[in-house]
Design a protein around this ligand. Structure first.
Ligand SMILES: Nc1ncnc2c1ncn2[C@@H]1O[C@H](COP(=O)(O)OP(=O)(O)OP(=O)(O)O)[C@@H](O)[C@H]1O
Ligand SMILES: [Mg+2]
Length: 496
């Protein structure tokens, strides 16, 4: 044990319903150290950290924190008291409470008579948020926040109290440029104060940028711990998957430029300013831009979720009015939303229900007991390599990346003509990401028009045949794959 070790986990084993998901895992972090934790979807990263933070109890093995052995059944509140704080992969804020109430939940500042001191609570919340560069009113309800803001509230909650080890489970998957930079500065300053950080991410470049060391898990086993200075992102990916991962690069759209499937014209409202675009049969079109550029809002207009002041939508040249998700499904439009927990999945249902949901709506002949339903489900589990114990597993028990694959699968089984994917690989590991890209390409080859909204530039570069860049509600540039570079996209995204 190094003198500086703040945490040591030794020989950790954990099974769920008889399936072992962690096998004899060793993991340690020193004071002030920033440790990356990597592995494929379902490798056991979140589970290991949930054991540390008191959510799960290990079946075997020992957790030693600041030199003392932690009681096996320690609760999350006990672990918080000794200084372990965790920011969860799936946001767990209470929508009906205010930002400040969420930050101080169960730990509210109280006055002499034992009553909650709301003024102090709101002031403290505002102070922590401003440290994170957020100027939101702490008295606002969490339900009204955008997903990136919710993520910042989770971070504020985690650092509001004395913390000696902070676990961040994919903190940036909902963030882009500016917030990520603020977060990285925060992590560095925590580390300089001697606070240890465990940083889980599928964005390997971030691991290289922000961490001192990285530990890789594969299939519940410890693979290696390396100094970040000694490895490349490519080598980490290889350790994660156990084989070489090839990066791809898109080329220009080869199909018929006149075969327009979806056209959007002249959309304007408070945010969007005269936006229009076309996507063709078999084309993979990307939308890039910073948070707040209006990409998600534009897609919401297409799907009738948002009502614009002006604007129209055409499918194969015919004007359509879409007022609800059902209307969209009827004209063969599919939408994979960015917030899988709120709108993408029915968490309390199993994989079969979630994967077949859309095809059941369209197709009264299909139902849960139908043979084709089970065959389709098994095929999709195979095709997307969804890691699960069976098709009857509840979606809420799947690892984050596997949930994303299920959210995608219901549209793959639906026979859509146009598929809009908002952040399709958020939280998906490098290997599975390439599988999803491959599936997107296959769908395009079958004639499906694909629209991808993504904040991940390498993702845009590796699959999109054409990219539209937006800035503050306007389209600022359109680029073909052959003229595409990160620098050009950033140029239009910031509209310098
Ligand atoms: N509460 C639970 N009940 C049953 N199985 C579970 C539960 N929690 C996790 N699992 C299973 O344990 C395995 C590891 O999951 P975990 O969430 O730790 O993966 P992960 O490495 O965090 O993946 P990701 O990158 O997708 O977030 C998965 O196969 C998952 O289905
Ligand atoms: Mg996880």
């Amino acid at each position: 044990m190094s003198n500086a070790a703040v945490l040591q986990m030794k020989g950790i084993c954990k099974s769920f319903f008889g399936v072992e998901v962690l096998h004899n895992v060793d993991f340690g972090v020193d004071k002030g150290e920033i440790m990356g934790l990597c592995g494929e979807n379902g490798a056991g990263k979140s589970t290991l950290m949930k054991i540390l933070s008191g959510i799960h109890a290990q079946d075997a093995g020992e957790v030693i924190f600041k030199g003392s052995v932690i009681r096996r059944n320690a609760t999350p509140l006990e672990m918080q008291r000794v200084g372990v704080s965790m920011i969860h992969q799936e946001l767990i804020l209470l929508n009906e409470l205010t930002i400040a109430q969420n930050i101080f939940l169960c730990r509210e500042p109280r006055g002499a008579a034992g009553l909650i001191n709301f003024n102090r609570m709101n002031e403290d919340a505002a102070r922590i948020l401003s440290k994170l560069g957020e100027k939101i009113d702490p008295k606002r309800k969490v339900r009204d926040l955008k997903i990136a803001q919710k993520q910042m509230v989770e971070i504020a909650k985690a650092i509001a109290f004395n913390v000696e080890l902070l676990v961040m489970d994919e903190p940036t998957s909902a963030l882009t440029g500016k917030e990520t930079k603020i977060l990285f500065d925060l992590i560095s300053s925590l580390s300089a104060q001697g606070i240890a950080v465990v940083y889980i991410s599928h964005r390997l470049k971030e691991i290289i940028d922000v961490c001192h060391k990285v530990t890789v898990l594969r299939d519940g086993h410890f693979v290696a711990t390396k100094n970040v200075a000694d490895v490349t992102a490519h080598e980490i990916a290889t350790l994660m998957v156990g084989r070489e991962v090839k990066e791809s690069k898109a080329s220009d759209f080869p199909g018929d430029p006149n075969a327009v499937v979806l056209e959007v014209r002249g959309v304007s409202d408070d945010l969007l300013k005269d936006v229009g675009f076309k996507v063709r049969r078999g084309e993979i079109l990307g939308f890039s831009g910073l948070i707040g550029a209006g990409r998600t809002e534009l897609m919401e207009v297409v799907f009738g979720i948002r009502k614009p002041r002006t604007g129209s939508v055409f499918i194969e040249g015919k004007p359509v009015t879409i007022r609800s998700a059902i209307d969209a499904i009827r004209v063969d439009l599919g939408f994979v939303t960015e917030d899988r927990k709120e709108t993408g999945l029915v968490l309390c249902r199993d994989i079969v229900d979630n994967a077949n949901y859309v095809s059941w709506l369209k197709n009264p002949g299909m139902f849960k007991g139908a043979k084709a339903t089970m065959e389709n489900t098994r095929r999709i589990i195979d095709r997307l390599a969804i890691r699960c114990s069976s098709p009857a597993q509840n979606v809420s028990n799947l690892s984050g990346g596997n949930q994303q694959k299920v959210a995608l699968s219901k549209w793959l089984l639906s026979g859509a003509k146009v598929l809009v994917l908002d952040e399709p690989t958020r939280g998906v590991d490098v290997g599975a990401r390439q599988e999803i890209y491959q599936i997107i390409r296959e769908l395009a080859a079958e004639g499906v028009a694909i629209v991808i909204v993504s904040s991940d530039l390498p993702e845009i570069l590796s699959i999109c045949e054409r990219v539209i860049v937006m800035h503050e509600g306007r389209i600022t540039g359109t680029l073909n794959a052959s003229e595409l570079s990160e620098a050009k996209v950033m140029y239009y995204a910031t509209d310098v």
